[in-house]
Design a protein around this ligand. Structure first.
Ligand SMILES: [Fe+2]
Ligand SMILES: [Fe+2]
Length: 256
């Protein structure tokens, strides 16, 4: 991977980040707000609020073998910590405490620890794709201006994270002779639908309470996975033909 290219992306992305207007007048109340804050509590814990780093039993071996990759992983998780901070500010706005644990988060962390770093990176990538859809739908349907501003900031980062994973898999594909064919796509989509369903089980009430639909969520994650697969294959062809990599900003824009 081009280390400098991605360090520059994270450096640029840290600039010009207008803080959401946490003091804007409240426009939500009743059951829709109650469901929304429960959903935000879970995201505050899961999106950079728990162990905001790789936790698989063998992650240190991978990071020690590639100092450049470790630098990018550090920058990636620094942004994830920022998401937890933003979600914490949203909870303060709605006078709701943070939570310290949730069954789905404990289960997710347990599987990541046991299954190894390769599985963990895929699990995190699929979580990025499904969460990206959650934040986009929340930005669209939630009437609260501060939550909309928060989702815009987080989504900007998540598009970069998805693009970073695309570049990582492209580089691995060249190194280990992987082709990302139909069989890989089948299991990728299967795991993505499973990750999306776990998310939807926990957050459906909040999004439906604001007017979103099941169809919107599932078509969103299907499109997110399709775009990722298409982009990765294009990058592989470009790499195989010896053409220069696409500019980082272009890859990020494709993942938005
Ligand atoms: Fe995040
Ligand atoms: Fe992310």
């Amino acid at each position: 991977m081009n280390l400098n290219y991605w360090i520059e992306h994270f450096r640029r992305n840290a600039l010009d980040r207008p803080e959401p207007d946490w003091d804007a007048p409240l426009v939500m109340s009743g059951p829709p707000l109650e469901k929304l804050v429960k959903s935000l509590q879970q995201f505050q814990l899961g999106d950079g609020g728990g162990p905001a780093y790789l936790i698989a039993w063998n992650h240190r071996r991978l990071l020690a073998s590639d100092v450049g990759f470790k630098t990018l992983v550090d920058l990636w998780f620094k942004e994830e910590e920022g998401h937890s901070r933003l979600l914490g500010e949203a909870l303060k706005r709605f006078k709701t405490p943070e939570i310290q644990s949730h069954w789905s988060f404990e289960f997710f962390c347990g599987v990541r620890r046991i299954a190894g770093v390769s599985f963990e990176l895929y699990a995190l990538l699929l979580t990025e794709i499904t969460s990206h859809v959650y934040y986009k739908m929340t930005a669209k349907h939630c009437p609260d201006p501060a939550v909309k501003g928060m989702c815009a900031l987080i989504n900007r980062d998540e598009a970069g994270h998805i693009a970073f994973h695309r570049a990582r898999l492209c580089s691995e594909g060249a190194r280990f002779g992987r082709g990302y064919g139909k069989c890989w796509e089948f299991f990728f989509r299967l795991r993505g639908l499973a990750a999306g369903t776990v998310l939807w089980v926990n957050h459906r009430g909040a999004l439906r309470g604001m007017g979103a639909t099941d169809r919107e969520f599932y078509s969103g994650i299907w499109r997110g996975m399709s775009g990722f697969i298409r982009g990765l294959r294009e990058d592989m062809l470009r790499q195989g033909a010896g053409r220069p990599a696409k500019p980082c900003a272009e890859v990020v824009a494709e993942c938005c």
